[in-house]
Design a protein around this ligand. Sequence first.
Ligand SMILES: [Zn+2]
Ligand SMILES: [Zn+2]
Length: 134
Amino acid sequence: MTDETKKYVMMGIIVACLLLAGTIAYNSFSDGGGGGGTGDRQIALMCAECGGFEVSVDEYREMMAQQGPEAMMMMPGQMQAMECPKCGKKSCYMAQKCKKCENIFVFGQAKDQNFPDRCPKCKYSAIEERRNAR
Ligand SMILES: [Zn+2]
Ligand SMILES: [Zn+2]
């Protein structure tokens, strides 16, 4: 491999990572409800130690910047533990806040369900609702 090729491969990986991060962020934001500024957007996280909580987009970005390169290499659908901003342990996962009951849960937690965003508490799924609305 020439240096030039390596450069392109690296750029490809970085772009893919950015796209992936954007997709995750978009998925979290897209159900946030109408417009508004970016300041009040929250990202739900689930820590094995601290339980479910939310951070602001800025806090989340800072958090991701502090994760090692292995966190950036995670594949879609693969759960990679992140360092918890509260307790500092590597036991924090991307989560979702239920629109109905405000329960914070990890994607795909309700294993017998066909929708990964179904709330294990009240069984509400935004994906399902969107599908049924069509
Ligand atoms: Zn924690
Ligand atoms: Zn719920």
